[in-house]
Design a protein around this ligand. Structure first.
Ligand code: FES
Length: 198
């Protein structure tokens, strides 16, 4: 999506520029910046795949890398986070991601290759704003009393769960996009390429 679309690109750039590791209950403040947020100049200019080092990403934390000018979120989901997803299927517009818009390895409840890691493009599928993380659950979330954690798009109120699945009856028509990616090792993910070279 280009900046000619109905997208608040300035806002997105700001969100990309300020993206950092986030986590539950302020854990992020205690750890160093964990990000491959500075891809090489060559990678940036060519839109080449970028590597993300997830070795320091603790359970419950999130990091952002930039790929083709877009924020790509990586969340190390806890068992509790994964358990919450299985309870939300009937509230989701496309719970198993069966719509033909994402890699085959995203067509499952967790929308991921490895259940514990979510890799998704942090751009709302409505008009392209960047949703904000809402990892706190329940009444403190500021979303709903039964909130299980996820993302809230401030532009028109779409909400997504911790797999990037959009809730039913939201302005956003689809789940967050899953970029092509592949694990180079347990600690490294290559964003922008998968085994089929997509
Ligand atoms: S851009 Fe996200 S709800 Fe409209």
């Amino acid at each position: 999506m280009s900046c000619d679309d109905k997208v608040d690109c300035g806002r997105r750039r700001l969100l990309v520029a300020t993206a950092t590791v986030g986590g539950v209950a302020g854990v992020a403040a205690a750890i160093p910046f964990v990000s491959t947020f500075a891809p090489s100049e060559r990678a940036k200019s060519a839109g080449a795949p970028v590597e993300a080092d997830i070795s320091k990403l603790a359970p419950g934390q999130m990091m952002t890398v930039e790929w083709r000018g877009k924020p790509v979120w990586i969340i190390h989901r806890t068992k509790e986070m994964l358990d919450s997803l299985t309870k939300l299927d009937d509230k989701m517009a496309d719970p198993m991601s069966s719509r033909p818009m994402q890699p085959g390895y995203a067509k499952n409840e967790f929308r991921s290759i490895k259940p514990e890691y979510m890799v998704a493009i942090g751009i709302c599928t409505h008009l392209g704003c960047s949703p904000t993380e809402k990892f706190k659950t329940g009444a403190e979330s500021g979303v709903t009393d039964d909130w299980q954690g996820g993302f809230f798009c401030p532009c028109h109120g779409s909400i997504f769960d911790l797999a990037g699945r959009v809730y039913k009856s939201m302005p956003a028509p689809d789940n967050l996009e899953i970029p092509p990616h592949v694990y180079l090792s347990d600690a490294k993910i290559l964003i922008g390429e998968d085994k089929k070279g997509a």
